[in-house]
Ligand binder design. Structure first.
Ligand code: SF4
Length: 204
């Protein structure tokens, strides 16, 4: 066991999980660091709700594989994105999105008595990495819970490969309604929603 692994033995961390595939590499890495992980799914940005639930269920399946306890906040905030709430107070919709999620995650860690948190958002080369860090640091400052920063991006491809091997659903858009509408896979995505019956316009 390395010095770092000994130092982390028994240390608890709350891992914010944006989805199963992105969580796989951080889970493997944090386990390798000897952290005791609790996973927390809180993504009110994901629209529509059937998609949020699909990602939630796949994240739950991943945690089952690794024997990690999995907590969920079922909040769903479509109205906030429809209202473009970021225009008052944030530089961009993504900065608002990270801020909402990181603050809630840090607060949950505090409520649970878990001294640190991190997020699977740090694995994706498609996220604004610096803005995720800034939001997490703000949340840490506001709550007194330590933000554990790791750059998981070098493990992104490997994590996705593992997720594929585990049969996890891998989405084709970031999450919010705008990212869905902007996706080149828009129509395919709409058709994939349970209950859409092939309709590409009225699921939301
Ligand atoms: S694009 Fe992704 S990170 Fe940005 S607001 Fe939408 S869901 Fe959030």
């Amino acid at each position: 066991m390395s010095e770092a692994q000994s130092a982390n033995a028994g240390k608890q961390i709350l891992l914010h999980v944006c989805c199963g595939p992105c969580a796989e590499w951080p889970v493997v890495s944090l386990k390798d660091e000897n952290y005791e992980i609790t996973a927390f799914f809180y993504n009110p940005n994901i629209h529509p709700d059937v998609e949020r639930k699909r990602r939630r269920d796949n994240a739950a399946a991943l945690m089952d594989i690794y024997g990690i306890s999995f907590l969920v906040d079922e909040a769903y905030m479509e109205d906030v994105w429809h209202a473009k709430a970021w225009e008052s107070g944030y530089a961009s919709r993504c900065e608002m999105c990270y801020s909402i999620r990181m603050l809630r995650v840090a607060q949950e860690a505090k409520n649970l008595g878990i001294p640190s948190f991190t997020t699977s958002l740090l694995v994706s080369p498609y996220q604004n990495h610096e803005a995720v860090i800034a939001a997490a640091q703000e949340a840490a400052k506001a709550t007194g819970v330590t933000f554990v920063y790791r750059d998981y991006r070098p493990g992104y491809r490997e994590g996705q490969k593992m997720a594929r091997e585990h049969g996890l659903y891998r989405q084709k858009y970031c999450g919010c309604i705008l990212s869905l509408e902007e996706s080149v896979y828009r129509d395919t995505i709409y058709r994939s929603f349970p209950g859409s019956e092939g309709d590409t316009s009225n699921v939301l």
